[in-house]
Unconditional design. Structure first.
Length: 255
């Protein structure tokens, strides 16, 4: 086991996949969690850790790219990656007002944190649970795509687009993943360009002052269940029923 405090950039910056194991529950954070995270990151000198991220090395998925199972911290990692998308979207709207080198730096940093190149195919670095995968792909990859039926007859039909006029991603399935993006997109729009740039700088900075995550890495041979049982993070607490179900699924994996 290794443990270190690290920046958000370092946690996401490796060329790897961060996979949510099938025994983990779906994304459950809500506005209270999103607001708390944004408030913490808004502090000029945030000395409080955002929380712990516990990863375990996995066998590679038939590729050269490393893969880690997210034993704890999937809610936090997922939310941070969505916040990164929303923040980048606002800043990129004003790229014409920034020096080209600065715009290029932002684009490269965000792409390297969100995506991993595997066998010449760009994939999301976070591999969410099956129930969240489509919504996460929509936010991370397709939020600015134009559906084929939105341009029927050579005419663009805004009501069929992915985004509403407000900039929100349409969310007919009531996904918390999409709600999370829309929450951050609105909050950052209210706060304005100066805040957006300052926050993006913090998210992509690897400086000592931005070591806001406790990253624990387990080897393949270590007992992830024992670690899981000892977790006491600041995220949404698991119910007794959740813990019983997850333990059963983890045991099934070792048989």
């Amino acid at each position: 086991m290794t443990a270190e405090n690290c920046s958000i950039k370092k946690c996401f910056g490796q060329e790897c996949f961060l996979e949510v194991p099938f025994f983990q529950r779906a994304y459950v954070w809500n506005q209270d969690n999103w607001k708390e995270l944004l408030n913490t990151l808004s502090q000029e000198s945030a000395s409080t850790l955002l929380g712990a991220i516990i990863l375990q090395k996995r066998e590679n998925r038939g590729s050269r790219v490393k893969s880690y199972a997210v034993i704890d911290g999937q809610q936090r990692l997922t939310t941070l990656s969505i916040l990164l998308c929303a923040c980048y979207d606002h800043v990129s709207h004003n790229f014409d007002l920034l020096p080209p080198a600065v715009a290029k730096k932002y684009r490269y940093a965000v792409d390297s944190m969100l995506y991993t190149l595997d066998a010449d195919q760009l994939e999301a670095k976070m591999v969410c649970s099956a129930s969240d995968r489509d919504a996460y792909k929509l936010v991370v990859f397709d939020r600015d795509a134009i559906p084929d039926d939105a341009c029927e007859g050579g005419v663009y039909h805004p009501a069929r687009g992915i985004r509403a006029n407000s900039g929100d991603i349409r969310n007919p399935n009531k996904s918390l993943i999409v709600d999370c993006y829309n929450f951050f997109y609105l909050k950052l729009w209210v706060k304005g360009p100066a805040f957006q740039i300052a926050l993006l700088d913090k998210l992509i900075s690897d400086s000592k002052s931005n070591q806001l995550l406790a990253r624990v890495e387990l080897s393949k041979s270590e007992d992830a269940q024992a670690i899981f049982d000892g977790i006491n993070s600041t995220g949404v607490r698991l119910s007794d029923e959740d813990i019983i179900q997850i333990r059963a699924r983890m045991k099934a994996l070792t048989k």
